[in-house]
Design a protein around this ligand. Structure first.
Ligand code: GLN
Length: 189
């Protein structure tokens, strides 16, 4: 069973992707619900709002425990910001579960969102993938132990370190299931 953190933001669309892969999912709104799942999707939204909600519901320690138990976590967009080690523009707290630094709202000042085409290189033959960026963070530094799984232009846009997977865009808003399928494999379903 894969959990989808449902505090705020684009969480419902992730459930539809998992439905399409015939994987059971459950929306997580309270820390105690984490015990019922063996993988977690951390959706996009607004990271400053997510931080406040995680404070109110005391999610920080339970999420660290969930990760320390080895459970896979997949963060998209604001979810990636919350999982990163370092955050800038402006700096803010994060879980620090993957050794990357990210810069918030880093793609274009005039255009808030855009659809691009990137290259997904994680399952054998590299191939192009549609990517939707919404006020997206940019990965500004990739630590030594972090693998780059997809790029868009010069930027790494999907990265993995151990059981933590991140994407700077919104794969759940396209019809391509590759990244969700990859995460489902990480969880071992
Ligand atoms: N700009 C948002 C933030 O900094 C992220 C946007 C998103 O998740 N689509 O938190």
């Amino acid at each position: 069973m894969i959990g989808i953190l449902g505090l705020q933001g684009a969480y419902a669309a992730h459930g539809k992707m998992l439905d399409a892969l015939a994987v059971e999912s459950r929306v997580i709104k309270k820390p105690a619900q984490l015990s019922a799942v063996d993988g977690l999707i951390f959706p996009g939204g607004e990271s400053t709002t997510l931080i406040k909600l995680m404070d109110s519901w005391d999610f920080w320690a339970p999420l660290m425990d969930f990760a320390a138990a080895g459970n896979p976590i997949f963060g998209t967009c604001a979810g990636m910001i919350l999982l990163a080690k370092g955050v800038s523009n402006p700096p803010q707290k994060s879980l620090g579960l993957i050794d990357i630094d990210v810069e918030r709202n880093s793609y274009g000042r005039q255009v808030d969102s855009f659809e691009g085409t990137g290259v997904w290189a994680a399952d054998g033959q590299p191939r192009s993938l549609p990517m939707i960026f919404i006020r997206a963070p940019r990965i500004a530094r990739l630590g030594d132990g972090v693998a780059a799984l997809a790029t868009c232009g010069d930027d790494v846009v999907v990265a993995r370190q151990g059981q933590v997977l991140v994407a700077s865009f919104h794969p759940e808003l396209t019809s391509d299931l590759s990244i969700h399928r990859y995460f489902v494999d990480m969880v071992g379903h």
